[in-house]
Design a protein around this ligand. Structure first.
Ligand SMILES: Nc1ncnc2c1ncn2[C@@H]1O[C@H](COP(=O)(O)OP(=O)(O)OP(=O)(O)O)[C@@H](O)[C@H]1O
Ligand SMILES: [Mg+2]
Length: 484
């Protein structure tokens, strides 16, 4: 019935048992199945399995299922016409996979219960069409990050916490095959001579892989899953990332075109915050975004998106964020948003902020506002710009108005732990004032952080500007919370 998905050269009259559909295992594939059965039997003598304890037995059964899966997958690849699969509907494909799998199982003389059969058929479907064991995790909305450390260890991040899963790859070869599938789909290559790759999956997720020998104990894969519905300001307030008062302040800051830097550690919510803040930008403005991996999802109508590109294997064709940024300045932007400033583009970013593209935003990797400024200084120095420290600082202080600190706290919660204004220079030092902060007061017995947001009591340096632009923030916003 679904023979259009079978390879045209697959023999249609392979030996079949009477009374059941024709077996579609090719003669070449059949011995493999036999071999698999033998090796399975070798690995698991019936008697030993019977003596084993329930945990052992469970583990063996799992191993056995995974061996069977691998064998069936091979047999599927031998038998399915992959080109025809592209136009197949999901139901057709599932049917086809099931029928080939059932035939092969019968061939192998393996009996599975209903649940096992269902799980197997789901896994096979993911192997053929998707990313194998990773597929379930990619589909799980509670998972933010997927981290693979070699074939036997897959961690996920849920609610800011890392958890080890019981999902594994069969072996390194299996893991490499999936990595290869991902990177070849985006026209990239990863192998011994080119052992790491950064890419974006079809669904927008950010993907990084590093393979042996650089990855010592098996390939390392990190996936930051793409959230279609990005967390907006309201959700972030609801989740306790910051307060309504802070949101009102940030709205005034973004709308009145202050230059904002979101600073934070890895996975602290920088991109999420940047994306949410961009929601305050007026729909009439022309925004250009520049990223290494396009993650931002702006809601405005007038958005031009750019993604940098690493050079190819011959070292050609690279387009850096700095190239994009330089070009962006000729594209009449009202605002420029750089996903993450991490290198030489810092110069152009600061210049853009200083020369009429106010209201620009970016993120940097730093642990506090002060640390963020040092990071900027370091990046300028590393870009090879010879500039006296004072000039450098004065450039930074006139370019950047606000540093918003995002943090992932030890209980996994993500919060905006500080909002700091840059107010100018005092001698050689950049002066700053913190307007809001997250005050930690303790820990619950189950290690949840107790704390609250508070204003520091300092009046905003930009109050007059806010007022002029029609953002008359009530003074109560800036009053510190009184401890009870
Ligand atoms: N306040 C929050 N509450 C719950 N989840 C959040 C919050 N902020 C961010 N997240 C989630 O945390 C994950 C990491 O966020 P994000 O990508 O913004 O971090 P990042 O600092 O940009 O990371 P990286 O350093 O890897 O670029 C995402 O899956 C995001 O949806
Ligand atoms: Mg990010």
């Amino acid at each position: 019935m679904f023979s259009k998905y079978k390879k045209p050269n697959a023999p249609k009259d392979a030996p079949a048992a009477a009374g059941r559909p024709k077996v579609s295992v090719t003669p070449a594939a059949a011995p493999k199945v036999d071999e698999a059965r033998k090796s399975l039997m070798k690995a698991m003598p019936e008697k030993r399995a019977a003596e084993a304890g329930p945990v052992d037995k469970d583990k063996r059964r799992k191993e056995r299922l995974s061996e069977i899966k691998l064998e069936l997958h091979k047999s599927l690849l031998d038998n399915l016409n992959l080109a025809a699969l592209e136009s197949a509907s999901e139901a057709e494909l599932r049917n086809e996979i099931n029928s080939i799998a059932n035939e092969s199982l019968e061939e192998m003389g393996i009996v599975l219960n209903r649940d096992e059969r269902q799980a197997l058929s789901q896994d096979l479907f993911f192997e053929v069409t998707g990313l194998g064991p990773l597929e379930t995790l990619l589909k799980d909305p509670s998972v933010n990050d997927i981290l693979v450390n070699g074939p036997q260890q897959i961690f996920v991040e849920r609610d800011g916490k890392l958890q080890l899963t019981d999902i594994t790859f069969k072996d390194e070869k299996h893991l490499l095959r999936i990595i290869d599938k991902i990177v070849s789909a985006v026209g990239r290559r990863v192998d011994e001579s080119n052992p790491y790759v950064d890419a974006r999956l079809a669904d927008g997720s950010r993907f990084n892989a590093m393979v042996p020998p650089i990855a010592v104990d098996g390939s390392l894969v990190s996936i930051r899953k793409f959230k279609k519905d990005k967390l907006g300001i309201e959700e972030l307030v609801k989740f306790g990332a910051f307060t309504e008062e802070m949101a009102a302040y940030l709205q005034a800051a973004v709308s009145t075109r202050l230059n904002v830097i979101v600073s934070g550690g890895t996975g602290s919510g920088k991109t999420t915050t940047l994306n949410a803040l961009s929601g305050f930008i007026d729909d009439a403005e022309r925004i250009l975004t520049i990223e290494d991996t396009a993650e931002l999802q702006l809601q405005q109508t007038h958005v031009g998106r750019m993604e940098s590109r690493p050079p190819n294997v011959e070292g050609r064709g690279g387009v850096s964020q700095r190239d994009c940024l330089k070009n962006a300045l000729r594209m009449r932007p009202d605002r420029i948003i750089v996903g993450e400033t991490r290198g030489e583009e810092v110069i152009d970013m600061l210049q853009a902020m200083n020369t009429g593209h106010d209201g620009s935003m970016t993120t940097i990797h730093a642990n506090s506002a002060r640390d963020g400024v040092s990071r900027l200084e370091n990046m300028i120095a590393m870009a090879g710009i010879e500039m006296p420290l004072k000039a450098m600082r004065s450039q930074i202080s006139s370019a950047v108005n606000l540093i918003v600190q995002a943090s992932r706290l030890q209980d996994g919660s993500r919060r905006m732990t500080s909002i700091t204004e840059i107010t100018g220079m005092e001698g050689d030092v950049i002066s700053m004032q913190e307007i809001f902060r997250y005050q930690r007061v303790g820990l619950t017995p189950d290690n949840k952080i107790i704390g609250h947001f508070t204003a520091t009591g300092v009046r905003s340096h930009y109050s007059d500007r806010f007022k002029l632009w029609g953002y008359d923030l009530p003074p109560a916003i800036f009053e510190p919370m009184v401890a009870e």
